[in-house]
Design a protein around this ligand. Structure first.
Ligand code: 2HG
Ligand code: ZN
Length: 468
């Protein structure tokens, strides 16, 4: 490496320096190999990385970041590349730091009910590691086989159990992370009580790789609740789904999931999967609920469903308490993402709406979309308990004017209802332009000040989360 004054180094030498740190096989520059890192899961966002670097330890991450800082080369951080807002793929010219080799699995601490794992451990690998100890992570989502724990924390992912356990930030009791200049922050003791100043762990959760590279995470664990029953309700609309959820929430402290999908989404799922209709007939809306406990919760669910079935608009219900039966019901909901993508590249708008406004918003969304882009198709589904809607729009991707018009229209409609432009996927590159719709100028100024303090040269994930 050639170093200039002040430790600067020639950017042209960066790859050689990185090879010295992580080993030749872990610095990828061949387009045939880097290409899979350069496009996101939706195929909507892509950019060229000057190299992909795969450090295997926190110290290597620190060395990589020191080298990139010295060369003035920006870094984009990527875990399992399951993000849906373009936050983990390059805009062009960055070094792409992949965390997938940070796969250490620490011992499960059964007394504290915690474990420390490397940022590159997938959610499914973490589940396999802790479940034999009778413990589980409080977050679960369909991308579990690829999504990494570091990515879940960096995006403050939510998923299917938030109604009971909260989002990823709520599971994190400690982490290790590296700042752009190579400084390592280690806070892995996992003390449940620790009031010693700013909560840096919470700050990094949801920071989308803009403040530091997370290399290890200590998470709290919850008991495995093996006795489970799922119910799928067929309903006349979203308002009835909300009324049913109100009853179920009140009656069932053990409720663990409450997922909404609609007739349009079910059609797409059935076309893609070949699954039969879940219930006889066609219905405008479906609510999938799951209850979990140590003892069979079917009885209490049935009692609650008795009351629910008295509500206007509740048309039918099917229950499953065996594993395959529950999986079959969940498949209708979890297959939405892959089924939509099988029909085209979607514009994805993950939003949150106050539950009091949710039914009206769901009703008007397709019109909001077609007013912006005639001919576009809208598929809405989501996590009802949090008012979290996944608005997937087909038929506009590839037409930048139509894409932008749809994004603008949906995000403005959501903001006007007091919602959020991102519920659980993050802001990424996709929504930077609209951040000010739901965060005030004062808040954005504070975020910029934090960014400036931790990453003064702006090397980490430039263009993600905060406008450049
Ligand atoms: C889910 O809830 C994920 O399944 C993906 O958050 C949502 O594909 C989507 O829009
Ligand atoms: Zn989701």
């Amino acid at each position: 490496m050639t170093s200039g004054p002040g430790g600067r180094c020639d950017p042209a030498d960066l790859e050689n320096r990185l090879r010295a740190v992580v080993g030749r096989p872990n610095v990828l520059t061949d387009r045939d190999v880097t290409v899979s890192y350069e496009t996101d899961w939706t195929r909507r966002f892509s950019g060229h990385a000057r190299c992909v670097v795969r450090p295997g330890t926190t110290e290597e991450v620190a060395e990589v970041l020191r080298a990139c800082s010295a060369a003035g080369v920006p870094v984009v951080v990527q875990g399992g590349n399951t993000g849906l807002v373009g936050g983990g793929v390059p805009a062009g010219g960055e070094a792409l730091l992949s965390t997938t080799r940070l796969r250490a699995l620490g011992d499960v601490d059964p007394v504290a009910a915690q474990v420390t794992v490397g940022a590159g451990v997938t959610l499914a690998a973490l589940q396999r590691h802790v479940r034999p100890h009778g413990l589980d992570l409080g977050v679960d989502l369909a991308a579990r086989d690829s999504a990494t724990v570091g990515g879940l924390v960096a995006t403050n992912a939510g998923g299917e159990k938030v109604i009971r356990h909260g989002s990823m930030r709520a599971q994190v009791v400690g982490l290790q992370a590296v700042l752009a200049d190579g400084t390592v922050l280690t806070r892995l003791t996992g003390l449940p009580k620790d009031n010693t100043g700013y909560d840096l762990v919470s700050l990094l959760a949801g920071s989308e790789g803009t403040l530091a590279v997370i290399t290890a995470v200590r998470v709290r664990l919850v008991p495995v609740l093996a006795a489970r029953t799922a119910a799928l309700l067929a309903l006349d609309g979203t308002a009835t789904a909300l009324a049913a959820l109100a009853v179920l929430r009140e009656q069932l402290p053990a409720i663990e999931g409450a997922e909404l999908f609609l007739a349009t989404g079910l059609d797409v799922v059935r076309r893609h999967t070949g699954l039969p209709a879940p219930l006889p007939g066609e219905h405008p809306a479906y609510l999938l609920v799951e209850v979990a406990g140590r003892t069979d919760p079917t009885g209490e669910l049935l009692v609650a469903l008795e009351e629910v079935s008295g509500l206007d608009g509740v048309r039918d219900v099917v229950l499953a308490s065996d594993g395959p039966g529950r999986e079959r019901l969940w498949r209708y909901r979890e297959a939405h993402t892959e089924a939509v993508s099988a029909e085209g590249v979607p514009v994805k708008l993950d939003v949150a709406v106050p539950v009091g406004r949710l039914a009206d918003v769901v009703a008007v969304l397709p019109d909001v979309v077609t007013a912006a882009a005639p001919g576009a198709r809208t598929v809405v589904f989501g996590h009802l308990g949090e008012g979290n809607l996944h608005v997937n729009v087909l038929g506009v991707a590839g037409d930048p004017v139509a894409e932008h018009a749809v994004e603008e229209a949906v995000l403005r409609a959501v903001a006007a209802e007091g919602g959020s432009i991102s519920a659980e996927h993050g802001v990424g590159r996709a929504k930077v332009e609209w951040l000010s719709l739901t965060r005030s100028d004062a808040e954005i100024a504070v975020m910029r000040a934090v960014k400036g303090a931790l990453d003064p040269a702006g090397l980490l994930n430039p263009g993600v989360l905060l406008p450049r």
